[in-house]
Design a protein around this ligand. Structure first.
Ligand SMILES: NC(=O)CC[C@H](N)C(=O)O
Length: 310
């Protein structure tokens, strides 16, 4: 298994190997601001459990983390309400696209899992309980800054506004679940929280550091403290493996073999339990709405480093 100083030359080699593929796939355009992304960007960062960070390519370029934020919002919500959360959200892969509404009618407004949009909207609704949207957004941002040990992480207001103006499907999902009694706050407030968490901007190094608590069994490396219990960290990893790539989760587990979460801006976070947290960013997407080159990079990296949970 590749470790320590062997990681930097490895990620540089994998970066070089996949530069010729940049431009394949399609940048998301249903949020107009995301359509401006350059499909030729590729950044890779690896944060190891000993606190070191290795990175290459466009590793210092911030991008909005979009659905990767669902991991952090879920962690925060589990901290607030514990296993009660699972009365309102399931834990099964959906086998449908991230913004699908189809299962919600059959399943009475209970989303399949917290990583599809419907599930994340319920998580936002849970986080809103007892707080104003501004406070809730502040709590999510503070949590991300804490786990990444980086106070400079911020929300991109232009992307948040762009999605607020065009988030028709998310509005439909929230209203539909409100009709089933599985949304408790006004839809605009829930969407406000959700769109702002999706617009948290980070570069690959910051994202890899933010995910590290899932590789350490729940501990942050910069302070001698736990964020979640080891059991909860394992369970979040289990959900990332089964649901983190939407209807591409099975193929991702087959090819990469690591718990992961994707975002429609082309970011990917993958966890190597006990070893590292890996962030890859390349904006052009595959059919499932996950980074096309990012997935290939993770597949090669996991293979060459000998990283797999299996
Ligand atoms: N897959 C994603 O990253 C989706 C996030 C995006 N903000 C949306 O709700 O559509």
């Amino acid at each position: 298994m590749v470790e320590g100083d062997e990681i930097q030359p490895l990620i540089e080699a994998v970066h070089e190997e996949f530069v010729p593929y940049l431009g394949e796939g399609k940048v998301a355009d249903y949020i107009p601001e995301l359509a401006k992304a350059d499909p030729r960007n590729l950044g890779i960062a690896v944060a190891t459990v000993d606190g070191r960070v290795y990175s290459t390519g466009d590793d210092a370029e911030p991008f909005t983390i979009q659905s990767i934020s669902k991991v952090f919002a879920l962690t925060l919500a589990l901290g607030k309400v514990g296993d009660d959360l699972w009365r309102r959200v399931g834990r099964e892969p959906s086998g449908t696209p991230f913004d699908s509404i189809i299962q919600l009618e059959h399943e009475h407004g209970i989303p399949r899992n917290p990583f599809i949009n419907a599930g994340a909207l319920v998580v936002s609704d849970i986080l809103l309980s007892g707080y104003q949207p501004r406070e809730t957004i502040g709590q999510i941002l503070e949590f991300v800054r804490f786990i990444a040990n980086d106070e400079t992480i911020a929300i991109d207001p232009v992307v948040a506004r762009s999605e607020t103006e065009h988030g028709y499907r998310n509005r439909a999902l929230a209203n539909f679940m409100l009709g089933f009694g599985n949304i408790e706050h006004a839809v605009d407030l829930v969407l406000g929280v959700y769109f702002h968490q999706c617009a948290i901007a980070m570069d690959c190094r910051q994202l890899a550091k933010a995910g590290l608590f899932l590789a350490t069994g729940g501990r942050v490396t910069h302070r001698d403290t736990g964020v979640v219990s080891t059991l909860r960290a394992r369970r979040i990893n289990a959900l990332m493996l089964t649901c983190g790539q939407y209807d591409g989760s099975g193929d991702f587990a087959f090819r990469v073999g690591l718990p992961s979460k994707s975002g429609v801006s082309g970011g990917l976070l993958a966890i190597v339990p006990g070893i590292a947290s890996v962030a890859v960013w390349s904006p052009a997407l595959n059919k499932q709405g996950n980074s096309l080159v990012g997935t290939l990079v993770l597949e090669r990296l996991a293979e060459r480093a000998g990283w797999s949970i299996f």
